[in-house]
Design a protein around this ligand. Sequence first.
Ligand code: BES
Ligand code: ZN
Ligand code: ZN
Length: 493
Amino acid sequence: MKVKTKLTRTKKSLDDAPKKYVRVRVSEDKTSQVLLRDSSITEIACGVGKFKDITPHDFRLLVRKIVRTAMTQKYTHVALDLHTASFPKRDKIYTDEWVTASIAENIILACYEFSDYKSKKEDVHALTEVLVCGGMTKTQESAFQNGEIKAHYTNTCRDIANTAGGDMTPALLAKKAQETAKGTAAKVTVLNKKQIESLKMGMLLGVARGSRMGPRFIVMEYWGAGKPSKAVKSNKNTTKTKAGDKAKQPVVFVGKGITFDTGGLNIKPGDGMLDMHLDMSGGASVIAAVACAAKLKLKKNVIGLIPAAENAVSDESMRPGDILTSMSGKTVDVLNTDAEGRLVLGDALTYAERYNPKLVVDVATLTGAALVALGDDASAVLSPDEKLSWQIAEWGKESGDYTWPLPLWQVHKRYMKGRFGDVANLRTEGSGRYAGTCTGAGFLWYFADNYGKNCGWAHIDMAPRMTANALDNLAKGATGEPVRLLLKIAETY
Ligand code: BES
Ligand code: ZN
Ligand code: ZN
């Protein structure tokens, strides 16, 4: 059961909106109520408090609140006029374009319901149309359109992520990548188990061993700035972009694609496994971001890499104490089979080397510890380059995908020293299990230490934003984060 809401615009004012639309009027007067003007026009007064006190995030939440309220009231046609309301430029990101883009984005994000599994139409809350009233400048118009496109791809990410674990295998995730990129200039290549074996991705293969559903390695390439001119062969017999061709050096996004995380033989207890079909949320966000970059025809080179596997329990599952040989050649002690995300990402981070990237950003639902550190309002970002972390945090505020820095220092790397292998997937040095998000990133660092001198690397632990929280004014389930942030990075970096 899928319903798509139409988003339309008119130069007309709210007062002139056709009668079939329920009019939502925003005012500073907090006593909001439903006003029935006459039998044919419904108008909702929406008191939001002093406009000057509304932060960018309040603004997003307001747009979503209006839409969600209309949905619960079962209104089918809603008209609103927000961008002419005098929201003061109290913040530097609060430009007219930002406001219009945010209106479009948040209407589409709020309209979303994951209703694929609902069989009855009446169980699906859906708006048929939202009409945005009031004139726009040309630049606002294109901001509005871009916002709408980005939000649609974000919703595609949510659809992919929300799909039940039994219906989402690595092969199906790869198919989703192909479907999502269809009609754009993004090229999708799917490597199967045999090809993954030839690449010697021992960590991805190790995680995938317990499941009959074989692994896939999904590669998405969008060369919006043109392929780097003189491709040279690297020592691994792969094409490398020529150093110095900076505008053409791609940004590489790596997304965790665990289609279900049982924990493996270190099986997740109790409710811990409940939402683990969402453990490919990082991968879904990378799929949507690369496809959207191509749809928007960004003049940038953007690559997406998604190592996909199911972390399952069987007599073939990798065992605690097993030692895997990674694609990089480093050997890895598997001390806990539930720390599988870092294993599959490690091999993908090595694979990223062949692109001679200017930036690598990986996205993963990596640790429960990120929720302990930050709650469920912001993802964590970690990078050896502190400035890059703060830059990503800033872009997060602007895009709406809040992301906040945690430290990543040499000690975090040292804590992950191997017992018998070179590296361990669980902290071996120092005391306790503290700073689990930092040590997770510390592990990844071993596989992100071989890029060019000027290449940045950041790790986004999006476990805190895997599912929407009660105050997000979004449908329950996947948030679609950080698709908009990844696009911001691709556009800006
Ligand atoms: N996918 C989980 C992390 C997770 C937990 C994401 C809760 C979202 C919500 C990951 O694979 C995992 O199990 N991590 C372990 C790591 C530990 C064994 C070092 C964790 O967080 O407990
Ligand atoms: Zn796990
Ligand atoms: Zn996991």
